[in-house]
Design a protein around this ligand. Structure first.
Ligand code: GAL
Length: 801
């Protein structure tokens, strides 16, 4: 009796609202065909008016339905509709929902008929004062439309509305399984029914729990089942072991209903001295993630959501992510579970607390968030305050109570930016923007709160130092350094359980924020998830594959007064050897003196000449060392030698009968890098004695176009699929070229389409785009046309499942 049917293809959409749109016999000629996930109106990459997509709009879906069996119920399940939805079936109002970040379902049983039906969803994507996060300004866009998937649900008149799996007392081998079921008994039946729970994993585990349930006859009934399980395999960040739980309602003959989900067993414990996962202290290091993408906003299907989790885990090496500032896609959550990424999920909101009605929606959002995301083992904390709002004891007493009532196994947090604000939550979660480049990375906990409860930093950096991927080198290095400094402070302090940097990638925003072009350049990646240098501050902290990232191109002309200064290498290598034109210069080591608490402090190259002056044979060993010291000072700080250094230089001039030109010639030979020989630097990274990575920097003479797809197979199942394409210029050594803005025309053939414009330019040497499947299977191609570099064509296969 239980059946879910995906209905994401071939909806009709029209901007605006007219009463006719709700009617069965509406003239549909003005509608266009769209697939879900869908955004009301796509926006340019930047420089637009955010009021463009804030509109009333209508979606229509034609459904051919078989007759319902006796008593069977039919629901429409919406993953999320931004911001308010009103649902009509065959012209009859059947339900609606306020709030764009949580799922809802509408009972359409009494409005459908066997055969042809038409559903209309009227969507209000305006920023309504009665719905969080709206009412004042917010620093992100919320977009519009039916942007998460839709399903048709056939259910028995008695069925499971929700299933909350909350394991307790988890040890290495055992767990007390606790599952709370919300039963919906639409015909208020009484009698007995069996509840059978199966828990399985790919290793062949099979736990079975059975209970006889007496139906109370109430419309809603809550049943809690507890059972000690022996021989479990725990979920952990390094070993994210998942089980499938299937719960079935049965009588002696038939299965009435079934609900399935994936779960994990893990023990979490927040103490003032640390966060413990399965008894092991884990320092939380994460970033904040918005769920937005260029052009289409929130409307992206599974693979794009998966990819973000993979980037956080594998590319950036993080163990956690904060879902700022609202519950996000189930696909993203699923992937976090699979990868072992801890998540902090919070209710929608940003600084502003609205009137009573608004507050009721906010309190309701707590339950909706928990009902949506409870079963994910990755979730360690529920955020129950409006992000960065002032204290409001009455409201937060309600949100905390709502969270604790539904989930006694996880603590609450609530993100604030006001020191000494009231703590009604279990964990004090604070945005610490105190770092300004030269001071301490973070404030000590005691400066922020007197509480003895656990303390965690939920944002840092961000607006304190907006940085574009193509900002000048000095700016980019400062950006890197700010992240390193705060990361070091997080690791240092046992009273700080962890931190989440602001933020994973740049995002579109309202006029009141960002750089005026509707982008907040706060990410360690750009909007296409292409890394800025700061991304490597995180990536280099992981063990495993070698990371060797130079934050400099070694071009002196990029720097003030042509002074290159020191070069920072973000690496997890034990040492780094520098070669100049093939000659060994020096070995450098991670600067633990500067960043004592990082797993892998950066290496700083502060000597580009080694013993080259001495090797020339004109000077004694000691004098060569003095000359090197003096010229090296000039190369970093300009001609501002102290009196003592000037005297030392004068002594050398006399001793070796040199004049200023001679000194300048030495400088040019060894530091300036001007002249007929091109300077080639090679940097080799070593783990122990073994060379594991190498980067060569030479004055780039050529540029090559490089085009790559994340995957060349698109899979259509519940809905369409997407993949990202990266277009970048690389030099002859394979290094990214930062300052290139070349333009391209992108063209597709076959069942795919480009998301966004087809004429695009590089932004700081690289750019990205997503392509999507269009509802059919087959081979497709995408060609990048370039006047300068010729054409590059990639083939994509679209498969239907
Ligand atoms: C915080 C806010 C974030 C973002 C960030 C920028 O105050 O919570 O949403 O605006 O600042 O640094």
């Amino acid at each position: 009796m239980h059946r879910n049917i995906d209905i994401n293809f071939d909806w009709l959409f029209i901007e605006g609202f007219d009463e006719d749109y709700v009617k069965v016999d509406c003239d549909e000629s003005g509608f266009q065909t769209v697939h879900i996930p869908h955004n009301t109106r796509d926006i340019p990459f930047n420089n637009f008016d955010e009021r463009d997509y804030q509109m009333l709009s209508c979606y229509r879906k034609h459904l051919t339905l078989e007759p319902l069996q006796d008593g069977q119920r039919l629901y429409m399940h919406f993953g999320a509709v931004m911001t308010a939805a009103t649902v009509y079936m065959n012209g009859q109002l059947v339900g609606g929902h306020l709030g764009g970040y949580t799922p809802f379902r509408v009972d359409v049983t009494d409005a459908v008929q066997a055969g042809e039906n038409v559903m209309t969803v009227v969507v209000d994507s305006t920023e309504r004062d009665d719905i969080p996060p709206f009412g004042h300004v917010i620093d992100y866009l919320t977009y519009g439309g039916i942007y998460r998937e839709v399903q048709l649900e056939y259910r028995h008149p008695v069925h499971i509305e929700h299933m909350l799996v909350q394991p307790r007392q988890v040890t290495e081998m055992t767990a007390l399984l606790q599952v709370t079921f919300g039963l919906l008994n639409t015909q208020q039946q009484t009698g007995n029914v069996k509840l059978a729970i199966h828990i399985t994993d790919p290793d062949g585990a099979d736990f079975t729990v059975q209970r006889d349930i007496a139906l109370s006859g109430d419309m809603q009934q809550t049943i809690t089942v507890e059972e000690m399980l022996e021989g479990i395999h725990r979920w952990d960040i390094d070993d994210p072991h998942l089980y499938t739980i299937t719960a079935r309602l049965l009588d002696d003959h038939d299965e009435w209903d079934r609900m399935r989900d994936r779960i994990g067993f893990r023990d979490i414990h927040f103490t003032p001295e640390g966060f413990y996962l399965n008894g092991r202290k884990v320092k939380i290091q994460g970033l904040n993630r918005h769920q937005s993408f260029p052009y289409v906003g929130y409307a992206m299907p599974r693979s794009a959501q998966y990819r973000d989790a993979e980037i956080l885990k594998y590319d950036l090496g993080l163990n956690a992510v904060r879902l700022s500032h609202y519950p996000q896609s189930d696909h993203f959550m699923d992937r976090c579970n699979e990868l072992g990424l801890l998540t902090f999920v919070e209710i929608p909101g940003w600084q502003h607390i609205g009137e009573d009605e608004w507050q009721d929606v906010a309190v309701g959002n707590v339950s909706k968030m928990i009902l949506k995301d409870n079963n994910h083992p990755s979730v360690i904390l529920w955020g129950v305050r409006i992000n960065e709002s002032p204290d409001h004891d009455e409201l937060y007493a309600r949100t905390n109570a709502a969270a604790h009532a539904l989930d006694a196994t996880r603590p609450t947090g609530g993100v604030r930016c006001i020191a000494d604000s009231h703590l009604m939550e279990d964990v004090y979660t604070y945005n610490d923007f105190s770092h300004t480049g030269d001071n301490a990375g973070l404030q000590p906990k005691r400066k922020v709160t007197k509480t003895q409860k656990p303390y965690m930093v939920t944002e840092y950096n961000g607006h304190m130092y907006p940085t574009k991927k193509y900002d000048d080198e000095r700016h980019r290095i400062r950006h890197v350094n700010r992240h390193l400094k705060v990361m070091d402070a997080i690791q240092k302090d046992d009273n700080i359980l962890g931190g989440f940097g602001w933020c994973m990638f740049d995002y579109n925003t309202h006029k009141d924020f960002g750089s005026g072009d509707r982008i907040c350049y706060h990410g360690v990646m750009d909007m296409f998830r292409l890394p800025k240098d700061a991304a490597y501050a995180y990536a280099s902290q992981q063990d495993g594959d070698p990371v060797l990232h130079l934050t400099s191109t070694f071009n002196i002309g990029e720097h003030e007064a042509s002074l290159l200064g020191d070069v920072m290498v973000l690496t997890n290598c034990d040492s780094v050897k520098l070669y100049k034109n093939g000659h060994y210069i020096q070995t450098f080591y991670p600067r633990r003196d500067l960043y004592p608490h990082l797993a892998h402090p950066p290496v700083i190259i502060d000597d580009f000449i080694g013993d080259a002056i001495e090797q020339e044979g004109f000077f004694s060993k000691q004098d060569a060392a003095v000359i090197k010291r003096l010229l090296s000072f000039v190369s970093k700080h300009g001609d501002h030698l102290s009196l003592w250094d000037k005297l030392a230089m004068a002594r050398l001039f006399i001793k070796y009968k040199m004049n200023r030109q001679d000194a300048e010639a030495i400088y040019t030979r060894h530091f300036g890098g001007w002249g007929d020989e091109a300077t080639v630097y090679r940097i080799d990274g070593y783990k122990g004695e073994q060379k594991v990575a190498s980067v060569t920097k030479s004055p780039a003479a050529t540029a090559q176009l490089h085009v790559a797809l994340d995957t060349d197979q698109l899979v259509e199942d519940a809905t369409y699929d997407t993949t990202r394409m990266i277009i970048e210029l690389l030099d002859e050594e394979g290094n990214p070229i930062r300052y290139a803005n070349d333009a391209f025309i992108v063209e597709t053939a076959g069942p795919i389409a480009v998301i966004g414009p087809k004429v695009i330019a590089l932004r700081g040497g690289s750019t990205g785009l997503w392509i999507k499947s269009t509802g059919a299977s087959g081979s497709a191609t995408i060609t990048v046309h370039s006047e300068r570099f010729g054409d590059i064509t990639k083939t994509v296969e679209v498969v239907k499942r």
